[in-house]
Design a protein around this ligand. Sequence first.
Ligand code: HEC
Ligand code: HEC
Ligand code: HEC
Ligand code: HEC
Ligand code: HEC
Ligand code: HEC
Ligand code: HEC
Ligand code: HEC
Ligand code: HEC
Ligand code: HEC
Length: 418
Amino acid sequence: MPRKDYLSLYQLSSRFFTKGRLSLYLTVLILGTVVTLWSGGKVSYLMPGGLSSPHRLFETNCMSCHTVWQRVSDKSCLKCHDRPVHDKNQLVTPICTTCHSEHEGDISLASVNDQSCIQCHTNLQTKDRTLHFGNKIQSFNNGHPEFKISVRKTQGTRRVGLDETAHLADLARMKFNHYLHLKADLRGPNGPVQLLCKNCHRAAVDGVRMAPVTYQMDCKTCHDLSFDPNAANRLVPHAPPEEVRAYLMMAITDHYAGRREPEHARRLPGNPSSPRPALPSQVSQGIIETERLLYNVTCNKCHTLDKNHVPFPKVEKTAIPIVWFPHARFKHETHHQLKCVSCHQNVSKSRATTDVLLPGIQVCQNCHRPDRARADCVTCHLYHEPSEKRTGDGLFTIPHLLKGEREKTSFRTTETQP
Ligand code: HEC
Ligand code: HEC
Ligand code: HEC
Ligand code: HEC
Ligand code: HEC
Ligand code: HEC
Ligand code: HEC
Ligand code: HEC
Ligand code: HEC
Ligand code: HEC
């Protein structure tokens, strides 16, 4: 029986177990496993971690993002997504994967950490070397500027912080006094009433904003548009002056022609003693006098009018702002537990439309801070310009999307069409 050469076995220098051969056997074994898994479509074993749920579609198709011997580049992402800009003014554009990491399983691809934002915003530099926004932001609770609104001034629009009270203004061209309307004993059509915010401000369908205040829904019950002192329930339509004129023309012509409704015997300016066909001069005189009263007293109560405008005064656009903070997002619905005045603190003291009634940053910082509600940048901000979003017709057929490749022909037609 031959003696075993234990020494050469341990030194991996026997006939079968040399160092070279052992490396070869192992390499063949690994490659074999890889090829078997790959050809069996079980490539996901090779992934560093599970794909994010929107991309799980491509789990059997690694090449939709990867190219051989190269790191994943923006080119792969842009095959399926548009190039979404952040700000035209940014000096550099970080690659997609600095913010959207993959193979981390079911975390949201868009849960981007603050570091991705403050890499620029802590010491913001711009292409045109001017700064339009705060440039020393470390976090929402450290260095974030007071919220600002755009205020039109004679020398153009300026962004004014909510703490610069002297320069702030709500520029709606509308007269409104919150203080008066929120008094406990406001005169209503059937006696005193206490109005609440929700009488005029109701959540819009999307839960984000308040639906716009309207005359019909929110003012009409107490401020009607009667024009005839002797028939208080005859009303002009709440409409542009052209339509008001057309209505009055008809009403006054009818009146002179004697076609008055029996229930209200009205007396209009220049009322003749007996009904007969209207003279054009009488009708126009009646209209002029009725309109003078109507615009000076009724419309003027709420509106800014250009009274020198002919042939009738012009009602200025009300321009009640709908979006105050275009650079952030805020949803009323999420905060429905709170009283309205906990954020809009000075409403019941406000006597003028020009008062700005929005909450400043410290109101939000009560809750949005590390030990309470989320305070990362992406809670409140987008990164990609939303208007750049593609909507509607995409570029893929179902099989092509599953393969992660564009169909050559449809790609060409889409690209060449104007
Ligand atoms: C939706 C796109 C996408 C798909 C599909 C995808 N990956 Fe990745 N993969 C990435 C990104 C992004 C990285 C990070 C690359 C980087 O940081 O450069 C990555 C990294 C990797 C890495 C680490 C090495 C490296 O390149 O940094 C491996 C290995 C890997 N992927 C394997 C796979 C395998 C196997 C599949 C198919 C089962 C797959 N991936 C499918 C996007 C994808
Ligand atoms: C083959 C097509 C394809 C490729 C390549 C691809 N994606 Fe996607 N991506 C999709 C689809 C489909 C969705 C799900 C629908 C949607 O949200 O647009 C998606 C969703 C996303 C989302 C939204 C996730 C969410 O939570 O709403 C992000 C972010 C994203 N992809 C980033 C990337 C990045 C970064 C790359 C490059 C590494 C990439 N994608 C490569 C097809 C692709
Ligand atoms: C500095 C960080 C950052 C970079 C770089 C970045 N993203 Fe995003 N991305 C975000 C954030 C934050 C969101 C979620 C908010 C939003 O939609 O803007 C997001 C959302 C998305 C979405 C889903 C929302 C949508 O509009 O459908 C897609 C797709 C996307 N990014 C693709 C890309 C691609 C492709 C690139 C590279 C060209 C890229 N991103 C680069 C931060 C970044
Ligand atoms: C590559 C640098 C860079 C990165 C990364 C970056 N920003 Fe910006 N951001 C800018 C520049 C530049 C401006 C424009 C500044 C100016 O014009 O004064 C800007 C403007 C903004 C504005 C105000 C204007 C607007 O368009 O809304 C907000 C809000 C903002 N960034 C949030 C973010 C968030 C959130 C992130 C992270 C997801 C982020 N930024 C990441 C460079 C960057
Ligand atoms: C009788 C109707 C009415 C009631 C009741 C009312 N509002 Fe208003 N509100 C208006 C009108 C009209 C405007 C638009 C004019 C303006 O911009 O000031 C407005 C504007 C606002 C604005 C935006 C304007 C700005 O300058 O910030 C806020 C915020 C607001 N209201 C909050 C409230 C809150 C909170 C309550 C309850 C405490 C309330 N309102 C009750 C009619 C009403
Ligand atoms: C519940 C009844 C009620 C409702 C609803 C109501 N008002 Fe009034 N409003 C009054 C009363 C009462 C006065 C004080 C007497 C007057 O001037 O008519 C008044 C006064 C006004 C004044 C004059 C303010 C001043 O400081 O002298 C304006 C302007 C006005 N309201 C606008 C509106 C607008 C706009 C709406 C709808 C968004 C509205 N009101 C809804 C009852 C109401
Ligand atoms: C009690 C207050 C009130 C009175 C009185 C009033 N309005 Fe208005 N008006 C409003 C409100 C609130 C709006 C904005 C929302 C809407 O369109 O209902 C408005 C809007 C308008 C608009 C649209 C303006 C724009 O922004 O384009 C016209 C036109 C108009 N009114 C005409 C009149 C005329 C003409 C009269 C007089 C006959 C009149 N209004 C009387 C409250 C009033
Ligand atoms: C709780 C919500 C919230 C969070 C968290 C938050 N912001 Fe803001 N941010 C706002 C609001 C609201 C505005 C005012 C938006 C406007 O002016 O339209 C704003 C304004 C800005 C502006 C414009 C500043 C200016 O000078 O007007 C920049 C830049 C900005 N934020 C960046 C960031 C960055 C970076 C982070 C993360 C470190 C962050 N924000 C976190 C709510 C938030
Ligand atoms: C957590 C604070 C918060 C609470 C609570 C809150 N608001 Fe607001 N509200 C805001 C902010 C922030 C904006 C500015 C949003 C924008 O336009 O970008 C706003 C805007 C408004 C506006 C201006 C128009 C609009 O819809 O954007 C009105 C009106 C308003 N709020 C009424 C109310 C009423 C009524 C309530 C109670 C039902 C209420 N708010 C509760 C923070 C709050
Ligand atoms: C009483 C505490 C409180 C106050 C005050 C408050 N928030 Fe919030 N907010 C929350 C909570 C809780 C959430 C839910 C957080 C989550 O989903 O993790 C939230 C969510 C949000 C979100 C993201 C989710 C969504 O769908 O709306 C935004 C944006 C936001 N708040 C902005 C603001 C702004 C801007 C202010 C100041 C005007 C403010 N919040 C004031 C408690 C508050």
